[in-house]
Design a protein around this ligand. Sequence first.
Ligand code: ADP
Length: 325
Amino acid sequence: MSSFASARLKLTAWYLLIIMAISSAFSLVIYTILTSELDRLSAVQRIRIERQFRTPYYIDPDLVSDVKDRLIVILFGVNCVILITSGLLGYLLAGQTLHPIEVALEDQNRFIADASHELRTPLTALKTEVEVALRDPHLNLIEAKKYLSSSLEEIDKLKNLTNNLLSLSRAKSHDKLPFTSVDLQSLVTDLCKLSPRLENQVSPLTLQTHPETIRELLSIFIDNALKYSPASKKVYIESSQHSKSVEIKVRDQGPGIKSADINLIFNRFYRADSSRTKTSTNGFGLGLAIAKNLADSIGGKIHVRSQQNYGSTFSVILSKKSPSS
Ligand code: ADP
């Protein structure tokens, strides 16, 4: 039995225990009150009849005990009905209570498995390189340097992956971020210093947002646009204003994304074209998952437009109003 099935049964048993303890206590109280009322009623009735007719009068004790027995049977029946209905309802309720925890735990387990798998690839390569170098009795300095620089590449991959994993967990935290006035044009001018291929076409605009988050988010879009489009092509950073929102776009002239992949690229560790991306570009499929969490943390929405062979535009749509106003 899975741990959730047994947790569900345990929770149901606890619900039942509490409900039956309350119901049994009530039944006991009802039984005690009713039987003592019955005894008092029969005593009063006996005194009244004796006074009125001046003859000794006895209420059939079997009749009284019969009424008490029937009371026990009725209360027992009521408790059985409560037991069955609250058992069924409790089981349903326990399932509903545990479902979000089950989903979160499955998600976490999948994440750990994926992360371990990603960590294992560079670690295995690193181990093989070191072993080959150690086993070679005629290793000269030039060959040793070749092995070392190749190992350094794998170490860099590991460092990038752990940095990405840390960013992902940070971006997922639900702490409220402090918003300030951000001059979008100068923030993008700063980002454009990263590469001469970047063109700032953002119009002058001040936004209430969290500057580090928007910077990190745009950096991911920019990084991908530079990575996936030919080195000769420019990448444009643009903005457009709507009545209640602002859209900041990163447009490239790269290969575009297949429509079947568009919804999947935000999944952790998803790389749209594994043969291409795993070899020629370094990435772990975490960038867009981080970007989505970052956008959520500042109340933004990510939008993708892409046409194969023409390019892609990744944008974030932010509300003009700050969340507190
Ligand atoms: P990665 O580290 O692989 O870049 P991301 O989560 O940033 O991971 O992106 C997921 C996938 O989406 C990439 O592997 C790539 O196939 C696709 N992708 C993202 N941005 C672009 C882009 N600008 N042009 C084409 N494909 C892209």
